[in-house]
Design a protein around this ligand. Structure first.
Ligand code: C2G
Length: 136
């Protein structure tokens, strides 16, 4: 069943093919895909240092053919408000989040899609560190 507005959240740091394949699959499920991109401040609050600053991560997402709109993710609590504010009828994430957002099920459909294997921001960061060699 095609949906009208799909919403997903993420950091999308060091944008990679796993992110792209998720967005491509989501765009195929409906008319409009909105991506909530986590701010640098929100990531710091999660103890995560992003390699790529928020503005650049937003610019990359906005340049993606599958994405119609990018909004900021500033806290854990905004999802219910966002679903209602943007008239979302499908909330979707990769399945590493399976079950975590079922509480939205009274407002919209909730879907978890299989992650793309063998790629992650963490692995890319480790690879970059290795390539740079021991700290100078
Ligand atoms: N993803 C994927 N395959 C990968 C890596 C990521 O499908 N190999 C998906 C994740 O499941 C997520 C999205 O891509 O749905 C963005 O991944 P991250 O940038 O790692 O997002 P995350 O740090 O999980 O932030 O409130 C929710 C958080 O903002 C999610």
């Amino acid at each position: 069943m095609t949906h009208s507005v799909i919403l997903t959240y993420g950091t999308f740091d060091l944008f990679h093919v796993g992110h792209l394949r998720l967005l491509r699959r989501l765009a195929a499920l409906g008319d409009r895909l909105i991506v909530a991109c986590s701010t640098d401040e929100f990531n710091l609050g999660k103890g995560k240092m992003t390699a790529i600053p928020y503005d650049n991560r937003v610019e990359i997402l906005e340049g993606c053919r599958y994405v119609d709109q990018v909004i900021p993710e500033e806290n854990w609590e905004q999802k219910r408000d966002d679903v209602q504010k943007y008239s979302v009828d499908l909330f979707a994430m990769g399945d590493d989040w399976k079950g975590k957002f079922d509480f939205l099920g009274d407002l919209c459909d909730v879907l978890y899609l299989p992650r793309t294997e063998n790629i992650s921001t963490t692995e890319l960061k480790e690879l970059i560190q290795t390539m740079r060699g021991p700290a100078a």
